[in-house]
Design a protein around this ligand. Structure first.
Ligand SMILES: [Zn+2]
Length: 313
């Protein structure tokens, strides 16, 4: 028998990793036993075997197919777990698992050009050519456009003045997508509305949607930021509540409403959709295509912001 090819050795190594994770001695709990019994009973093949005898029927094709699928899933999960705990590169990555469907652009490109798609992959892997990445620049890690900050992807996407106009355009486009979807559901919607807070200061909200029938309304503020952690959606929501709650009285009087809720909706600048966003989309009965449209829009514009930052003089 000749030497084992390198790719086979790698595959064997990976499978050993999975085996270590999967076959570690699990704690026996009542919940665990119920799950095992449920899985067993859910398998049609097992039920047929129990009824007609295990020795007479061959293993069906579906079950044979499910084994490699399960292995791939375990490998994928193991890689994700190791990515999640990486210092720096794993920051905010746990948000990717909240709505897995939102990551479909990685496989189907979702309307991105090949170059945009490649840039998005780089941003997701924190490999974009910003100066903050160690070893990327001989001129130091400060922002190339004069900001006294380290040039990280978060600085480029969320803070740098260089991308201010493009950042605003990204926000406006997402705001319009949400506002139009709400209008189709018979809400009365206004965008970019000037208002006054209780202390007399002026503010401008992104969206107010209300119904004259129920006398209820919502102030919705979609916010696009680089992903930083699993609690970020709730933190952003709280931040927006603190900003816009003092304006609720103004809108109650203006539109004769009885109840107004403030909602801050975080959307990841790298196309991540948190569970928090999806739960509100379902509450408002907005279509799934809205999520897909928002992801494509955000990814395209985040690419523009990065490209403008790196290539414009
Ligand atoms: Zn800057």
């Amino acid at each position: 028998m000749g030497p084992v090819p390198t790719q086979h050795r790698n595959a064997l190594g990976k499978l050993r990793q999975v085996a270590k994770i999967r076959f570690r001695k699990p704690p026996i709990t009542a919940g665990g036993i119920i799950v095992l019994i449920t899985r067993y009973l859910h398998s049609g093949w097992m039920i047929v075997h129990l009824c007609f005898g295990m020795w007479t029927l061959p293993c069906p094709v579906e079950l044979r197919k499910s084994v490699p699928r399960k292995l791939r899933e375990e490998l994928r999960n193991a890689e994700f777990e190791s990515w999640k705990v990486m210092p720096g590169r794993g920051r905010g990555v746990e948000l990717y698992s909240q709505v897995p469907k939102a990551n479909a652009w990685i496989f189907n490109k979702s309307g991105l050009s090949t170059s945009e798609w490649a840039t998005c992959l780089k941003m997701n892997a924190t490999l974009a050519a910003v100066r903050g990445v160690p070893g990327r620049s001989l001129d130091g890690s400060r922002c190339r456009h004069g900001c006294p900050e380290t040039e990280t992807l978060a600085h480029v996407q969320d803070q740098c003045n260089r991308g201010l106009l493009l950042r605003n355009a990204r926000n406006h486009h997402v705001r319009s997508l949400i506002a139009n979807a709400l209008r189709k559901k018979s809400w009365i919607v206004e965008e970019e509305v000037f208002c006054l807070a209780t202390n007399g200061s002026s503010r401008r909200i992104d969206i107010i949607a209300y119904s004259q029938t129920t006398k209820k309304g919502c102030i919705i503020d979609p916010t696009i930021r680089i992903e930083t952690g699993s609690s970020q959606p709730e933190d952003v929501n709280q931040e927006k509540i603190n900003i816009y709650l003092p304006t609720v009285g103004y809108f109650k009087t203006k539109y004769q409403l009885e109840d107004i809720e403030v909602i801050g909706l975080l959307i990841g600048a790298r196309g991540v959709i948190p569970k928090f966003f999806e739960s509100y989309r379902k509450t408002f009965e907005l279509p799934q295509t809205l999520t897909a449209d928002i992801i494509t829009s955000v990814l395209k514009r985040s690419c523009q912001i990065l490209s403008h930052h790196i290539h414009s003089v």
